[in-house]
Design a protein around this ligand. Sequence first.
Ligand code: FES
Length: 319
Amino acid sequence: MSHLHVRVTQLQAQGNANLSVRLEAVCGQALPAFSAGSHVDVFLPSGLIRQYSIASAPSSLDHYELCVKKEAASRGGSRFMHEGLALNAELEISRPRNLFAIQPAAHHVLVAAGIGITPLLSMAAELHETGQSFALHYYTRTRAEAAYAGRLKSSYPQRCVRLHHSDEGKSPRHHIPEDLQRPETNSRVYLCGPNAFMSSMTERAIAFGWSQNQIHQEAFSVDVNTATNPEDSFEVQLHSSGQVVRVPADQSIAQALLAASIEVPLSCEQGFCGACLTPVLQGTPCHRDSVLSDGEKLLNNQMTLCCSRSLSSRLVLDL
Ligand code: FES
C-alpha cells in the first residue's frame, strides 16, 4: 500500500495549545475515503512516525484535517508539527486506518478529554450528516483550551454538544455526563483521551449499568500486526547464531521469532511495557512503541519486538 503525498494548505490554532493541520493531495486529486475514527501515520523528516486521528468529516475528501497538541516535553512529533511545519510543506502520510469505528446503534454518546476530541469530531460530523442520534461531551481544563469550540457550536444543535471545563467545576474526575448516567441498551459510548480518563469513565459508566461491550475506546496501543508499509516483509538476523527469520507483513517480529522456536520475553504485546526491548546492531527499526522516548528512538539501537517493524530490509538483533 503506497503512502500519500500531501501538502499543508492550512495551519490554524485550535484553543490555546493545539494546531490544526489541513492536508491536501499534492496531485490535487481527492484523498482516499475513510470512515470516522480513522488515523494516519505521519512520516516526519527526522524519521519518526507519529499517528494522528483525522478530525475532518469523511464526506470531505478534498482534505484531511489533523489536530496536534503542543506537548511541552516533546522532542519529536508535536514539536515538529508546531514549530517545523510551514504552509505548503509536503509530507508523506499513510492511508487512513480505523481502529475506532462507529458501531451500529440507535444513539451514540461521544466523550472526549483534551486532544481526544479529534476522532470524535469526525464521528460527530458523520453521525450528523447521516441523521444519526448522538451527544458529544468534551472536557478540557479551561474554556481557552477547547479546540474547535466555534465549529462545535455552529455545526450542531446545542442539545448535541456539551463542553465541560475543570476550572468551572466540571472536571471529568468528579463529573460524569448525564447521558452516561442513563444506560440504554441500544446506545454506544465512545471515549477518547488520556488512559486515566478513559478507565475512570468506563468504570463509572459500568457502575451506572452500561455493559463493557457498549463502550469503545480509541486504541492508543499500536496496531501490532500492521507494518508501516503493510506490503513489506523483512528479515531479522540473530547475532548469536546468524539465523535469519523472515517477518511477513501480517506478523510481528515477536510472532515470527516464536514461530521459529526462538524465545522472546513478552508481556503487554502492545508496545508499552518494555519486556521485549532488544538491542539492534544493524538496520533501522520503525518504532511503533510507547516505551522509548523520541530521543531513544532516534538512536535506533534498541527496539520492541512486539510491535515495532523495520525500515531496512534486514535488522540484526543482539539475540
Ligand atoms: S511486550 Fe510489552 S513492549 Fe513488547
